[in-house]
Design a protein around this ligand. Structure first.
Ligand code: ARG
Length: 276
């Protein structure tokens, strides 16, 4: 019964189950950053940024910079894998890249309110989101992972989350999954690093989050670990406003070019341990 509900939840977000490899890592945990506006490439405007109109100077990427290694703060800059892709998109359009950093759950609304031209935020393609935005070709394969206390033997798979308190980032596919699973108590956080802090403090029993950020969040932490369990497979894509066919085809062209000319692998090597 419980298992059925869980499988139903998996189906709801259009997911498939797969076996995943062991994750390992070392280094430092992603730290929580302040709400101070940050920008990349020397542009700092954060609010009311006009979307690059026809012939405008800027092209605006919307993101949530709490998702290392895809987008995160390094001093005053927002950097990461997605930022590199966005730079290539900007270059292709001949515009300057500007980054809008906002909470993940408001990105789609922001896009539709023209606060940005596109979303690059490690955003997974889902059927639900497809009704609200147009997605580019996928540019990254991901999966959902579970982080638990290193000494916790009670959670060994997604089924083990039933009866537990589970932290997620608000509005993410991890949130959808946990919220859609009967018997799991969901605790929604604005930022994933805060969920991990509560895990360390014993306020939640587990955190559900995408694989690469999970790796980063446990790096160098001996008291927490990422479970090696079969879980949800997802793909990241860049979102544009519904009907923005011109920008969408430019973005698809850029993704294709980056893959063909070796740039993609170069950027990959910059932010990830090894090629899949
Ligand atoms: N891939 C997940 C989703 O689409 C999480 C993305 C979170 N991204 C971020 N920049 N915080 O829901």
């Amino acid at each position: 019964m419980k298992k059925n509900k869980l499988l139903k939840a998996l189906a709801v977000i259009g997911a498939s189950v797969l076996t995943i490899g062991m994750l390992a890592g070392c280094g430092s945990v992603a730290s929580e950053s302040t709400e101070t506006p940050a920008a990349t490439e020397g542009t700092a405007e954060q609010t009311e940024t006009p979307v690059a109109e026809e012939g405008g100077q800027y092209i605006v990427m919307g993101t949530n910079a709490e998702f290392e290694p895809f987008e995160y703060r390094d001093g005053d800059n927002i950097v990461g894998f997605d930022v590199e892709i966005a730079k290539a998109i900007a270059a292709k359009t001949g515009k300057e890249l500007k980054i809008e950093d906002m909470s993940f759950d408001t990105l789609i609304v922001g896009l539709n309110n023209e606060q940005m031209d596109f979303i690059a935020a490690g955003m997974s393609v889902t059927e639900e989101r497809k009704t609200q935005v147009d997605f580019s070709e996928p540019y990254f394969k991901s999966k959902q992972m579970i982080i638990v206390k290193a000494d916790d033997d009670s959670i060994t798979s997604a089924e083990g989350l039933v009866g537990k308190k589970v932290g997620v980032q608000l509005g993410t596919t991890g949130d959808l999954f946990v919220s859609g699973t009967d018997g799991v108590e969901v605790v929604q956080f604005d930022k994933a690093p805060l969920a991990v802090m509560d895990l360390k403090n014993g306020k939640v029993d587990a955190v559900v989050i995408d694989a690469e950020p999970a790796k980063k969040l446990v790096e160098g932490q001996s008291d927490i670990k990422v479970l090696d369990v079969p879980f949800i497979e997802e793909e990241y894509a860049i979102a544009v406003k519904k009907g923005d066919a011109e920008l969408l085809s430019t973005i698809n062209e850029v993704i294709k070019e980056l893959k063909e000319n070796g740039e993609y692998d170069k950027i990959y090597g910059q932010f990830f341990d090894s090629a899949e």
